[in-house]
Design a protein around this ligand. Structure first.
Ligand SMILES: [Zn+2]
Length: 471
C-alpha cells in the first residue's frame, strides 16, 4: 500500500532542481532519489519523501542540482602543456607545444595528465568527457587515459586518434602519421579490453584527425569499422580558414561537400564534427540532412583566433550542438562555467544581437546537446526518472550568486567552478563537499608537476620551458 517505503541509495532533498527535460522544468524545493546508477524519482521533496527514505541524505538547502555537463572535445595529454603555446600564431603553436613533446609521452604521463584534467573537469560539474587521443607514439598508450577514467570515476569516451597522410605538408610529425591498419588494430585491442567496462561507463570511439590528415580510403575504412562495432566517429572539421582555403584550391569545394560526394557514408548521427568554424551554408545543410552533431569549442576558437562557428544557424537547422573545452594547450582551462558564459557572449557580440543565443540554449548544449553527440540522450543529459544519476550539486549561497533571482540564467552568467560542491557519476559520489573521493588529489597534482618537468627535459625543451617561466 501507500505507506510502504522504498530505500534509495542516495536521497537529495530541499534543493532547486534544473532538470533540462524537454519542458525545461525547474523544481523548487525538489528531491532526487537514486538507486544503483539510476534516478528513480525527481519531484517536490514532499512527494519523494512519501516514497523513499535513505541512509544517505544530502541536504539541498541553498543548493541547485544540475545534470552533469558533458564535454565532447578534449585532449587530456595537453594538460602537461598548459600555457606553452600562449599568444602565438597557429604556425608557431604546433612546433612549440604538441610537436616536440608527443614522441616522448609514456603511458604514465598520459595517466597523470588525464587525472589532473579530469579533476579540473569534475570540479566544474562535468560528468562525461570525450578525450580525443591522437598522441600515440607507442601502441596502446591511450590506456593511460582509460586507466584514469576507470580510477577517477568519470564517464569517459576515448576517441582513438589517427592520421595516415599529411596532404598539404602542414608538418605533422612522423609519430602522428600511421597506417590505417595499425590504427584500427590498436583500436580493436582497446575495444576488446575497455569498451563497455565499468557498467558501460567507458567507451571507445574512432577519431580520424582532420580532412588534410586522413585519406579517403582511411575514412571509408573508419566508417566500416565504426559500423562493425557500433561505435561513434569524431573528427576535426573546418577549424581554420587557411585549411579550408587550401582544400578548396586543391579540390574546388569544402571538405564537407567533398565527403558528401566521395565518402558519403562517413556522415551520420554517430559522427561528431569538431570546431566546424568555417562552414558554408551548403555544409550546414549536409550536416542537418545526415544527422551529424557538432562540438563547439568556444574558448579554443577564440584562443587560436580561428573564428566564430555559425552555431545559431546550426541550431536553427536542427543540428545538435554540444560544447568542448579542447586541450589545455589551446584553452587553457577546463572550467566549464567559463565556456558557458563565453559561448553566449561570443555569439551575442559577433552578431550584435543579444537575443541570438540565450543562457538556456547554452545549458542545453552543455547537457542534452552533449548527450546527443555521445548518442546517449536516453541515458544522460537531463534529470529524469530512468536516466543515469550523473549530476552536480551547486552552492548558490556564495557572493557570486546572491541574490538568486533566475537560477538557469545565473548558472550561465554568474556560476563558477567554485560553486560546485558535490558530483555524482553513475550513482557514485565522486566529489563530496569539494573533496575528490576516488583519487588522492594532492598526490596526483604533485606528480603531474614532476612528470611535466621530466618530459620537457627528455624532449630537450627544459631550457625553453625555464625561460618561459619568467616571461
Ligand atoms: Zn582538438
Amino acid at each position: 500500500g501507500d505507506c510502504v517505503m522504498d530505500y534509495a541509495d542516495i536521497l537529495i532533498k530541499n534543493a532547486i532542481i534544473i532538470t533540462m527535460d524537454k519542458n525545461k522544468r525547474v523544481i523548487d524545493d525538489g528531491a532526487i532519489a537514486i538507486v544503483d546508477d539510476k534516478i528513480v524519482a525527481v519531484d517536490k521533496t514532499s512527494r519523494v519523501e512519501q516514497k523513499y527514505k535513505s541512509e544517505k541524505v544530502i541536504c539541498g538547502k541553498g543548493r541547485i542540482v544540475l545534470p552533469g555537463f558533458i564535454n565532447t572535445h578534449d585532449h587530456l595529454f595537453q594538460t602537461l602543456l598548459r600555457s606553452m603555446g600562449d599568444d602565438m600564431n597557429l604556425n608557431d603553436w604546433w612546433p612549440n607545444t604538441v610537436g616536440p613533446i608527443t614522441p616522448y609521452l609514456t603511458k604514465k604521463d598520459m595517466y597523470y595528465a588525464a587525472l589532473t584534467g579530469c579533476i579540473e573537469l569534475i570540479r566544474s560539474g562535468v560528468t562525461a568527457n570525450l578525450d580525443y587521443q591522437y598522441a600515440n607514439p607507442r601502441p596502446l598508450i591511450a590506456e593511460g587515459v582509460l586507466e584514469a577514467f576507470l580510477q577517477i570515476g568519470i564517464r569517459g569516451v576515448l576517441g582513438r586518434g589517427y592520421s595516415d597522410v599529411d596532404m598539404f605538408d602542414f608538418g605533422l610529425p612522423d609519430d602522428i602519421i600511421e597506417s590505417t591498419e595499425q590504427a584500427l588494430s590498436d583500436t580493436e585491442t582497446l575495444i576488446k579490453r575497455w569498451h563497455g567496462k565499468a557498467n558501460g561507463r567507458i567507451k571507445i570511439w574512432l577519431a580520424p584527425g582532420a580532412p588534410f590528415a586522413n585519406s579517403d580510403e582511411n575514412l571509408a575504412k573508419t566508417r566500416e569499422f565504426a559500423n562493425k562495432y557500433g561505435i561513434g566517429i569524431t573528427m576535426h572539421i573546418q577549424e581554420a580558414r587557411a585549411e579550408v582555403d587550401t582544400w578548396k584550391e586543391h579540390f574546388g569545394t569544402t571538405p564537407v561537400q567533398y565527403y558528401a560526394k566521395k565518402v558519403p557514408e562517413l556522415f551520420g548521427p554517430d559522427f561528431i564534427s569538431v570546431h566546424s568554424v568555417w562552414l558554408e551554408p551548403e555544409d550546414i545543410k549536409i550536416f542537418a540532412k545526415t544527422g551529424v552533431t557538432v562540438s563547439h569549442n568556444t574558448n579554443s576558437n577564440m584562443y587560436l583566433s580561428s573564428g566564430v562557428a555559425p552555431v545559431p544557424e546550426m541550431l536553427k537547422q536542427g543540428i545538435p550542438v554540444s560544447l568542448g573545452v579542447d586541450g589545455a594547450a589551446s584553452n587553457n582551462s577546463k572550467d566549464f562555467f567559463e565556456m558557458l558564459k563565453n559561448t553566449v557572449l561570443m555569439h551575442k557580440v559577433h552578431t550584435l544581437n543579444p537575443t541570438i543565443l540565450t543562457s538556456v540554449d547554452v545549458l542545453e548544449m552543455a547537457t542534452m546537446g552533449g548527450a546527443r553527440s555521445l548518442m546517449m540522450e536516453k541515458e544522460i543529459g537531463s534529470l529524469e526518472v530512468g536516466k543515469k544519476a550523473d549530476l552536480s550539486i551547486f552552492d548558490y549561497t556564495m557572493a557570486n550568486m546572491v541574490p538568486l533571482n533566475r537560477p538557469m540564467s545565473q548558472i550561465v552568467y554568474c556560476g563558477k567552478a567554485a560553486n560546485i560542491e558535490t558530483v555524482i557519476i553513475d550513482g557514485r559520489i565522486i566529489m563530496e563537499n569539494r573533496v575528490i573521493k576516488t583519487v588522492n588529489e594532492e598526490e596526483v597534482l604533485r606528480k603531474t608537476q614532476k612528470i611535466t618537468e621530466d618530459i620537457h627535459e627528455r624532449a630537450g625543451r627544459g631550457e625553453y620551458r625555464r625561460e618561459l617561466f619568467f616571461k
